[in-house]
Design a protein around this ligand. Structure first.
Ligand SMILES: [Zn+2]
Length: 136
């Protein structure tokens, strides 16, 4: 039963994992490194990572999660943000295909309230809180 539930979580998040794998494959072409860790595939570094890390603030990011795939601009960012991104992996397992619509809806609600759509996003607040719990 536990294995079935485990597989169901991967299947439920699979559409986003597939997109993550596609981006991961592109990152590999740009010289990124990859590894399997804690039930995910992690990609970090390479030329695309260097470009992404130089984007202006609204577009810049250090790491992102798509299903069971974590993409980071470099290994240091990956190490710093792994716990946070792992919380997002659990969110994908819970929400499946509904995750990104729910994520953007949460950002929109915060924007309409005049708040920061990233910082105040429900899923980001949960990821920060749980990552802090794990590290603290
Ligand atoms: Zn986050």
């Amino acid at each position: 039963m536990k294995t079935v539930l485990h597989l169901a979580k991967y299947a439920w998040a699979a559409p986003y994992s597939a997109l993550g794998l596609l981006l991961g494959a592109l990152a590999l072409l740009g010289g990124a490194h990859w590894q399997r860790r804690a039930g995910t595939l992690e990609f970090a570094g390479g030329r695309f990572g260097a470009v992404l890390s130089r984007l202006p603030p609204p577009l810049a990011f250090s790491a992102m999660t798509l299903g069971h795939v974590i993409l980071a601009v470099d290994r240091m960012a990956l190490a710093e943000l792994r716990q946070h991104e792992q919380v997002h992996v659990r969110q994908y397992e819970r929400w499946g295909p509904l995750f990104l619509p729910a994520y953007f809806a949460s950002s929109l609600v915060q924007l309409l309230r005049g708040r920061n759509p990233y910082i105040e996003n429900h899923f980001e607040r949960e990821a920060r809180a749980r990552a802090a719990d794990r590290q603290g």
